[in-house]
Design a protein around this ligand. Structure first.
Ligand code: SF4
Length: 342
């Protein structure tokens, strides 16, 4: 029987994904695509990727941009730490590597936002270096193919998966093999209902043989997701809205948002402390936004002002026309609110 790797390599040549805009590109573009693909599917990533490379065609251009410009290009993709880290890493590359993407795995893995698997994927795809990857899709494929039980987030289970990932690596054609693993995980060995009948490695798959494809990989142990509540104060003057820049770290770090409070009373208190008459305001419908670790219930409170209060026009806050604000570096739920009031 042909090896796991050679079966995958043959399969990729005829059935894998070809013509993705970053395939065969330089290390900068491969890095960018890998970071964008960390939490996001290919179809969503492509337009973001194209816009990003049009604005920042190389590492020097990315490093020369402001973090805000970078985040405006990331707006809507979520997990904004990825965009901030990309920008930080570009500045480091300009400073330490003369603007050239580093060549050594050890240097790449030290850059912000790049873990072992992403660094290995860049080395394999851009430099054709023999490196094993282990992203979420690959974990699923290997857990099933090798019959590895347990949740992949557990250290022991992850170690076993890394061992298998290293053991199955081919001697050559590593770039095609790496792409094949990614493609297989995304299109054949899918989370629910894997398409085992057309799988190139079905003959050796332990999960298929033991009828455990639905059990493997084991899901993350369930924990109740904490619920949090917030009031977003939509302070309007004509068609302008007040936005504040959030601190660099934490949820939506560096993005622009309406002032956020724990509840309506706190919002009104702030409003009055800034010399404005609280009035009643219009409460818009509460909706929920789910983060990885908690669920945030957001109630937007819209207040129309007759005059722009000077005291809230501080550094870190800005009045923007609502339509202009929609184009700025804002998180997806804020964009949805602005689209509603537009
Ligand atoms: S046979 Fe099925 S479960 Fe096994 S690797 Fe292929 S698609 Fe995944």
């Amino acid at each position: 029987m042909k090896s796991f790797a050679s079966q995958l390599i043959s399969w990729q040549r005829t059935h894998g994904r070809h013509g993705l805009p970053w395939q065969g590109a330089d290390a900068y573009r491969v890095w960018l695509s890998e970071v964008m693909l960390q939490q996001t599917q290919v179809a969503t990533v492509i337009p973001y990727y194209r816009r990003f490379v049009a604005s920042f065609p190389n590492i020097a251009a990315l490093a020369a941009a402001t973090e805000e410009q970078v985040l405006a290009h990331w707006s809507g993709l979520g997990y904004y730490a990825r965009g901030r880290n990309l920008h930080k890493a570009a500045c480091i590359i300009v400073e330490r590597f003369n603007g050239e993407f580093p060549r050594r795995f050890e240097d790449i893995v030290e850059l912000p936002g790049i873990g072992r698997s992403t660094a290995a994927a860049i080395c394999a795809l851009a430099y054709h270096e023999r490196r094993a990857i282990l992203d979420g899709n690959v974990k699923r494929v290997l857990a099933r193919y090798c019959g590895i039980a347990g949740w992949a987030g557990e250290k022991k289970v992850e170690e076993k998966l890394w061992q298998q990932a290293e053991a199955l690596l081919p001697r050559s054609d590593v770039a095609i093999y790496t792409q094949a693993l990614m493609d297989m995980g995304a299109t054949v060995c899918t989370r629910s209902r894997p398409r085992c009948a057309i799988c190139p490695v079905q003959a050796g798959c332990i999960a298929l043989r033991t009828e455990r494809t639905a059990e493997l990989p084991a899901p993350r142990p369930r924990k109740a997701v904490p619920e949090k509540y917030a009031t977003f104060l939509l302070l309007m003057h004509g068609n302008d809205i007040l936005l504040e820049r959030r601190p660099g770290s934490g949820i939506w770090g560096g993005l622009w948002c309406p002032p956020q409070f724990d509840d309506e009373a706190a919002a009104k208190d702030w409003f009055m402390r800034n010399g404005m008459d609280a009035g009643e305001g219009i409460r818009l419908e509460t909706f929920a936004h789910t983060f990885t670790h908690f669920k945030l219930h957001i109630t937007p409170l819209k207040i129309q002002l007759a005059h722009k209060p000077l005291r809230v026009a501080q550094p870190g806050s800005v009045w923007l026309d609502v339509e202009e604000a929609i184009q700025a570096a804002i998180p997806t739920p804020v964009r949805a609110i602005l689209a509603k009031i537009c």
